[in-house]
Design a protein around this ligand. Sequence first.
Ligand code: MG
Length: 452
Amino acid sequence: MAAALMISVSGVRGVIGQTMTPTLALEFGQAFGHFLRQTVSSDKPLRVAIGRDTRPSGPMVLSALTAGLLSVGINVVDVGIATTPSVALMGRFLGTAASIVITASHNPIIWNGIKFLRHDGIAFPPEQAAAIKAAWEARAGELQPIENIGHLQTDSRVHAHHVQTVLPLVDVKAIVSRHFRVVLDSVNGAGCIGTPMLLGKLGVEMVHLNGEATGHFAHIPEPTKENLTDLCAQVKRHKAAVGFAQDPDADRLAIVDELGNYIGEEYTLALGTYARLLSKPGPVVANLSTSRMVDDIAAKFGCTVYRTPVGEANVAGKMMEVNAVIGGEGNGGLIDLRVGPVRDSFLAIAMTLDLMTRTGKTISQLVAELPRYAMLKTKFECTRAQADALVVKAKNALSQERIDTQDGVRVDFADGWVHVRPSNTEPIARVIAEAKTPERAQELVALIEALK
Ligand code: MG
């Protein structure tokens, strides 16, 4: 059975040769060009920055998408293979009307996707994402005569620009003086090229696993514990100070401590928040499915944590609104607006090394200082209507507790919390619980399950 084409706020994803085809990419290029011409006012022809991760299908999708954009009069700057945050930053740097990343993030090699970002690097809000989808459904985009066809340029500064944006945020000299040994697993993805440049500037002795930009992922590419056993072993073998793992488009980062233990992606945001608040206390933003560790750290510094619906754009938007000093999502995505409103593994790497330098502590020591929680992430298969009904039932049944209804419902108890929300892309309800013990987290999930 052919996998469905997934169209969401962050763009479109499909399986190569089935739902993600050159025709689809071409049509989306034309439709997106049409959308930009309708919504962005400018006297000059509009420009778009495009980059891609390392998937072997990348050049095919890139070529077709570029042809679509050029044909409707949009100029294209191809920045080459680059991480999602790198492309977003390059679009901002070049002042383009939008940027596009060709990636299916952590999905396996058979997938690819097209992610549309605004001029500032944030995903389009739902109404505008719907307008892009509608333009594609209508096959919008007027083919231009020869004098109006777009120009194609290339720009090779993307990695250097990203690295130079991140470095000023940390004490480079102090980090260099530590001569850290780091094992990096780039999963043969887009992090392969720029990350070694960053680590080089930080004086790191790097052991690079899966550091070839081939897109042939050496393991299942999502940076979860079961997929990173080799990284854990190599950290021990090389007696490294820390191990870092990126997903194929390198917006997410997972960390392995100096003992070779995978500490979980929730710690990426927790440690990054700690590092940032040490130098600049201020508001913190995290999504509703993110660990309480962030609240515990913020409380130490007397700082407020704002919670948002799940989704990078929601977090980034709130960060701008409250002038947050740091923020992100629990799945390894750290955001600092001084770099850009995007989840960024380069930032997370730099902040982690900065924290180790400032505190003189190892990752395992830093982790041991934080309260330990058990998090349980599960999903119930159901229709969208059933998922919505479950949220309503949970709201009613638990209305005596502290509840947040921005995104499904999150219920906070003294000793834990549970968040239930309908998925926007799949026929499931996601249920995430966190508590002091795995048993209590299980109980919180059961509480929701009983309402089905
Ligand atoms: Mg990703």
